[in-house]
Design a protein around this ligand. Structure first.
Ligand SMILES: C[S@@+](CC[C@H](N)C(=O)[O-])C[C@H]1O[C@@H](n2cnc3c(N)ncnc32)[C@H](O)[C@@H]1O
Length: 161
């Protein structure tokens, strides 16, 4: 019994400490994840970054399209889960246990995020400073302030830098 309580406390702590650094874990729905790729319109061999990759479901769709993916995720349990769950796509996908605010973003063709409203301006600045153009950003649920979305679909916003 005490073992179950201990494991529960550890799980609660691991899943809640990320709130200090970004959005809590809440996965993108399957339909929206598929729509994100329609908006991103990436090609085989392109690279997609996901900031806060959760359980890796969005990057799995990337790999199924031949797109390379790098996921940055602060929750170590989600990184371990994603790595094991997507082992068959290991040549295309990498899951890194990192705080994406502390990573210098590499060159890529697309970025996918599901953050919180208060982080969107900071993200915009980070993309401009580190990735440059051209790159496409799809954000689920939250808009980038002072930037016009090229397209919108089912709560997803496409921005072209
Ligand atoms: C709203 S969830 C979205 C998960 C995934 N992108 C999806 O759409 O299914 C946000 C994710 O970002 C992770 N996260 C929050 N802040 C982070 C940070 N600073 N660096 C890396 N990951 C972070 C959380 O652990 C969580 O898994």
């Amino acid at each position: 019994m005490s073992y179950i309580i201990l494991v529960s406390i550890i799980l609660i702590l691991v899943f809640s400490f990320v709130i200090l650094f970004g959005a809590p874990y809440l996965p993108t729905l399957q339909k929206q994840a598929e729509d994100a790729f329609e908006l991103l319109d990436l090609r085989t061999g392109d690279r997609l970054l996901e900031l806060g990759s959760g359980d890796g479901r969005v990057l799995r769709l990337a790999a199924q399209r031949g797109i390379r993916g790098v996921g940055y995720e602060l929750n170590p349990l989600l990184v371990i889960y994603s790595t094991i769950r997507h082992w068959r796509y290991r040549k295309l996908l990498t899951f890194k246990c990192r705080d994406y605010w502390r990573v210098r973003l590499p060159k890529c063709e697309g970025i996918y995020v599901f953050l919180l409203d208060r982080y969107m301006k900071k993200l915009d600045t980070k993309i401009i400073q580190e990735v440059g153009s051209p790159v496409k950003l799809v954000s689920y649920a939250f808009k980038v302030p002072d930037r016009v979305a090229t397209k919108e679909k089912n709560g997803l916003f496409l921005y072209e830098y």
